[in-house]
Design a binder for this molecule. Sequence first.
Ligand SMILES: [Zn+2]
Length: 473
Amino acid sequence: MESATIIPIILTSDKTHLSGSGSAKAWPLFITIGNISNNIRFSPGYQCAQLIALIPIIHGDYLTKHIAKMSGIETHHETEEFRHWSRSVVHAVIRDVMAPIERVMRNGVRMTCADGAERLCFPLLCEYIGDMPEQWLLTCLVQPACTKCLYRGTPDANDPRFTRRNAVNKINQDLANNHPRTDTHALEHRVRYRNDESVPLRALGYHPQIPFSINYPFGTGIIDAVGPDLLHQISKCFMDYLMKEWIWNLMKITWKGRGFSKAQLKMEFDSRFALIPGYTGLRRFEHGVLTKTHAWTVHEYKEMMKVILGALIGLCPSEGIHLVMEYLDVHRLAHYSCHTDESLAWLENAVDQFFEQLKSANGPFIKHGLVSPESETQKIHYQRHYANTVREKGALPSSSTDRTEPLHKLLKNAWRRSNKGKDSIDFVLKEHMTLAAFQSHIDNFDSGGASEDVESDDSKMPGFSLKDRVDVR
Ligand SMILES: [Zn+2]
């Protein structure tokens, strides 16, 4: 009997600046497969992730847009028609570059596997790694609809239970984890309501466009493929929401009634950060974290997380400290590289406790109007899907966009070597492919007559080190 297997396709794309000034940008689309070890999948030197396209970034230059805005002409980029067209271009590009793979998804293709056996292999879209705006673009969903459940959409517009618009968010919040959004659900509703003006498709969370993955078989599609992005969600939201929106405002409200000014409170908070005793591996923020004007990195946020509770004791009400504790629990557990049923239960419990603390009817965050009881930001809401995503696709760090950022370095290097002219983007694309082919040639050469001596000889050659493969060229 013939044996068969699947090839889990992983796509990733993320806009990046090619030059320091930000005048040149690229939108690379990389492809890799889930069969490759997680440790090396996105390591640039191993060529496990291949650049297959540079998606066009559709925009005018800054000066043109500024003049157009000032003179009141050429405002087409603000219109829904323009956004519809630019979305179509992106999906057309991805559909085209994926076409050769799409053709063999249903019937498979015979390939020789790593163990030497020939099998019928079925390539299937398994993951698409991207940040939140990209996920909305790729799934053709209306912002800020959840890509994994029907939150902020209406499950069925004909159902009289959902006719009151204000009730939609509340109902969907309650049902968030019980009503998954699927590619089948999206297609059914797009077909059913496309020409029915009595039911606005946008209210269901869908744009009328069909995503590039419409014909992918076996229930795979872009909605199934997208997932949590820890970098832009739980890590970055530590400062963007937890500290700036909730904890800092709660402290301001608390101390305002006791005669402390905002400046005094800020100074006290920053002083505590500055006075943290030195310890191996512990970063000291000598100028604090609030008064210093600085574009913090996520790495620095993680350093702050190590000492934040010590800085808050005595300054922040106990409800705020409990909220931070639950948030840190979710952050830590979401970054586990492997899970058991027990650790997933911890993660689910931490997420539940976090939202319970944040949205408690008698809690300070609702009482002072810092959060809405009936809605939540999509980046925060995504936490509710962390545990299920681990069960379906594996540990979350492997699908975070920070894993794919090292790949951008290759593009920036290629841009630096280009003449910065109108064909430079083509040069970047071709050079990446040339390097990949060259690396593959070296690998084949090495495996053909590989011996310890050959490797040690190669390692002495500058630029051809097998150990430091990133520098190959
Ligand atoms: Zn959701």
